[in-house]
Design a protein around this ligand. Structure first.
Ligand code: 1CP
Length: 345
């Protein structure tokens, strides 16, 4: 066994038979040990405490034996660190005190000074020191469109109406907003990579709400600006409901395209092209099905993923808060035990 994390080999399309697995939102409310350490501590505060971030990041690695840790933070942390007034409300998500309604607010959006987040670098170094050499540490950030959607809507949204109105009606202002957000995200990723994160995931979770034309003209260039700043590590790019955008998201500068559960991975590979790996894509809702169903559907994902030049097993989106952690542990074991043979079929 080598010390090269299997996740990095897969991202570089030099996978061999090993099939790496991790889960989006693997740290978090599905774990009793997470709920215990978060007790009485606000989400954003917990993200700025290296001791807590280290513990929470490592919890799912210890429990499930996943092949990667994902840095415990949130896509809103760099915005808060830059000085944007916001809160993460339990059971809701990010809530912005003064949503963007004027050009002036866009012109005055603050920059993120790397010196404002020494705790992020400290936490990355502490995690890397404890994480076994064959497990990868993934850093992450939110992509400009998804961050803009929170700033413009003021919180979680169903239709992104105001965001799309700004994009279509004031394209110059939209581009300024996204260029500023791209700089903030790139700084956040750069700090993580410079401190020891070995791969990054750029979450454009809500990009799937866009038509390909709008994505290509008003979103992809800004995501490319972010991804080009961390070209020294493998870059995973993910969004929900992005079946029609998969090729564009790969072309934004990703080594690995994250796919949700709606598109089988062999189809996804045809859409993305032969020069990028894929990540995904078991439907998270299936975790509550009987184990034999979970196992069969996971095997289907593995077989379909063998069509891609690299495959990192994951869910199609985050672990639900109600998921039974024991099912996740069994799933990791199945991927490790059966993955190589299923990929060779
Ligand atoms: O284990 C891990 O995956 C690391 C932790 C992590 C990540 C990668 C958290 C902790 N947040 C994120 C990224 C994130 N945050 C995304 C992209 C990933 C995705 O698509 O799920 C998004 C869209 C957010 C914004 C956000 N923060 C939401 C979603 C709201 C919505 O619009 O539906 C929520 C609920 C949060 C809060 C949050 N972030 C993380 C946790 C554990 C929580 C819940 C905290 C709590 O309520 O106490």
């Amino acid at each position: 066994m080598t010390d090269t994390p299997s996740l990095l080999a897969a991202a570089h399309r030099r996978q061999g038979t090993a099939l790496p697995v991790w889960f989006m939102r693997q740290a978090g409310r599905s774990l009793p040990e997470y709920r215990a350490v978060r007790e009485g501590i606000a989400m954003l505060d917990s993200c700025r405490r290296p001791d807590l971030v280290t513990e929470i990041t490592l919890q799912p690695v210890r429990r499930h034996d996943v092949d990667a840790a994902i840095f415990f933070s949130d896509i809103m942390v760099p915005l808060a660190a830059a000085g944007v007034d916001l809160e993460i409300k339990s059971g809701v998500g990010p809530v912005i005190t003064e949503p963007i309604r004027t050009a002036r607010q866009i012109h005055e959006l603050p920059e993120l000074d790397p010196a404002a987040i020494p705790d992020i670098a400290e936490a990355i170094r502490a995690i890397r020191a404890e994480l076994p050499a064959h497990k990868a540490l993934i850093g992450f950030a939110g992509a400009p469109f998804t961050l803009a959607s929170y700033l413009v809507e003021g919180g979680p949204s169903r239709d992104y109406a105001r965001t799309k109105a700004l994009m279509a009606g004031e394209p110059m202002l939209w581009d300024e907003l996204c260029a500023r957000l791209a700089r903030i995200s790139a700084t956040f990723l750069r700090v993580q990579v410079d401190a020891g994160a070995q791969a990054v995931q750029l979450f454009d979770s809500w990009a799937g709400s866009l038509a390909p034309y709008d994505y290509a003209t008003r979103v992809q260039p800004h995501s490319t600006a972010v991804l080009s700043r961390v070209a020294d590590v493998p870059r995973i790019h993910f969004g929900v409901g992005t079946g029609e955008l998969l090729r564009l998201m790969g072309a934004a500068g990703a080594d690995v395209v994250g796919v949700d559960w709606r598109v089988p991975l062999d189809h996804a590979t045809k859409r993305i092209g032969p020069d990028r790996a894929v990540q995904g894509n078991l439907d998270p809702a299936l975790l509550s099905a009987p184990w034999e169903v979970v196992a069969e559907r996971a095997r289907d994902v593995i077989r379909a993923g063998a069509a891609a030049p690299g495959h990192i097993f994951n869910l199609g989106h985050g672990v639900p808060a109600t998921a039974d952690p024991d099912v996740l542990t069994r799933l990791v074991a199945l991927v490790h035990e059966e993955g190589p043979a299923l990929r060779a079929e």
